[in-house]
Design a protein around this ligand. Structure first.
Ligand SMILES: NC(=O)C1=CN([C@@H]2O[C@H](COP(=O)(O)OP(=O)(O)OC[C@H]3O[C@@H](n4cnc5c(N)ncnc54)[C@H](OP(=O)(O)O)[C@@H]3O)[C@@H](O)[C@H]2O)C=CC1
Ligand SMILES: CC(=O)N[C@@H](CCC(=O)OP(=O)(O)O)C(=O)O
Length: 347
């Protein structure tokens, strides 16, 4: 059994993650934590998140340095579903205490410490840990996830965008110095549980935001290995995220090469579904799947790839669990799919 703690248990991502951990037969949930002065402290997890009544009726504790001193060394893994700065401050301490860290925030996703003040609004307190952390896009980084004690679970938009981009960028099919445009659309749960005017039911209307300054732009560019333009949009539905990317390819690239690149990348990846039609949010919401479809104009050498995920699952909680599984030598999809599922059918 792997003894785990989740910090950020009152939030949307923490709740999804705890729901998944409850179904994992190699996990024992030991502590569910919120911030030191949280109004949720002492409440039952299931009182805050009614979907899990009778499934996880565990009281929430508050995280503090006293809690850390008393309990950190008694757990094997910790999941941070917390603000970025909290993760940046605390992850290294857990690693030093021998605990594997799965950070669902952006605290360790960017390699360059100078990007933190610019995109996240704080100076990173553990630049050394930034160098140790490994980016955990589960389908692409199995070997580095296995090696590290600190996994930076990718952001929601970067997950969908990179799953769409990487078969092309890894094969260097795109025209160098051409514009790569990533258009993302997210449901409102992407903004977290705390109320704000921008996410108020009466205020949300499909629209772009944070254009040319969103923190996922450097993350996508870093992991794609080339600069992208990222256009995020907020849409009036609860959950699900669609990322559609447009690339100019080199003149000699054929439809067959693209087809082969996607097959090579994903044919043995149980949670990626290559579709023959454009993906839809409703088909992936509440699931750990990423659905992908593409279309290539061989005359203009323009490729469009679209990927749909659930922002709270493949974009956060279920991908964190994939990273946990990989790190513990389990199949990435362990406990996320029925054990006898072999991709489209059951044995
Ligand atoms: N929403 C999404 O689609 C995605 C979110 N993420 C990332 O996951 C993380 C959580 O997001 P989300 O669940 O949406 O956010 P929420 O605002 O819904 O939840 C944040 C959680 O963090 C806890 N928290 C806040 N401050 C502290 C602190 N100082 N110490 C301990 N716990 C603290 C809160 O507890 P309390 O306030 O009760 O103390 C709450 O449980 C963020 O980093 C976010 O960027 C990643 C991918 C997708
Ligand atoms: C709709 C919405 O507001 N989405 C959030 C992104 C989701 C998130 O929480 O960010 P990480 O994936 O980096 O952790 C945003 O644009 O800031």
């Amino acid at each position: 059994m792997n003894n785990v703690a989740v910090i950020g248990a009152s939030g949307y991502v923490g709740a999804e993650l705890i729901g998944l951990l409850c179904k994992h037969n190699k996990v024992a949930i030991k502590h569910l934590l919120v911030s030191e002065n949280s109004c949720s402290e002492g409440k039952l997890f299931s009182d805050l998140h009614g979907r899990w009544q009778g499934v996880c009726d565990v009281p929430l504790q508050s995280f503090s340095s006293q809690w850390f001193d008393e309990y950190a060394s008694t757990i094997d893994s910790v999941f941070f579903a917390t603000p970025h700065e909290f993760s940046a401050d605390w992850a290294q301490a857990f690693v030093n205490a021998g605990v594997k860290v799965f950070d669902l925030s952006g605290g360790f996703r960017l390699n360059d410490a100078q990007d933190y003040p610019k995109y996240y609004g704080f100076e990173h307190s553990h630049i050394d840990a930034l160098e140790v952390a490994k980016y955990g896009l589960a389908e692409w980084h199995e070997s580095s996830i296995k090696e590290t004690a600190l996994v930076a679970v990718p952001g929601c938009y970067p997950t969908a965008s990179l799953l769409a981009l990487k078969p092309i960028t890894e094969n260097l099919f795109y025209l160098e110095n051409s514009l790569i445009v990533v258009n993302g659309i997210s449901g409102v749960s992407g903004a977290g549980r705390s109320a704000s005017l921008a996410t108020n039911f009466n205020e949300v209307s499909l629209g772009a935001y944070n254009i040319l300054k969103h923190r996922h732009q450097p993350e996508i560019s870093q992991e794609a290995g080339t600069e992208v333009i990222f256009n995020p949009h907020l849409a009036p539905y609860k959950r699900g995220l669609l990322s559609t990317v447009t690339l100019q390819l080199k003149e000699d690239i054929t439809t067959e090469q693209i087809e082969q690149a996607f097959i090579n990348a994903y044919q043995d990846k149980a949670l990626i579904r290559l579709l023959n039609t454009w993906p839809k949010i409703d088909n992936v919401a509440h699931t750990p799947f990423a659905d992908i479809h593409w279309q290539y104009d061989e005359q203009k050498h323009v490729l469009v790839v679209s990927c749909a995920i659930d922002n709270l699952l493949k974009g956060a909680a279920s991908q964190a669990l994939q990273c946990f599984n990989i790190s513990n030598d389990l199949p990435s999809q362990y406990s996320l799919l029925a054990p006898n599922y072999i991709g489209g059918s059951y044995e």
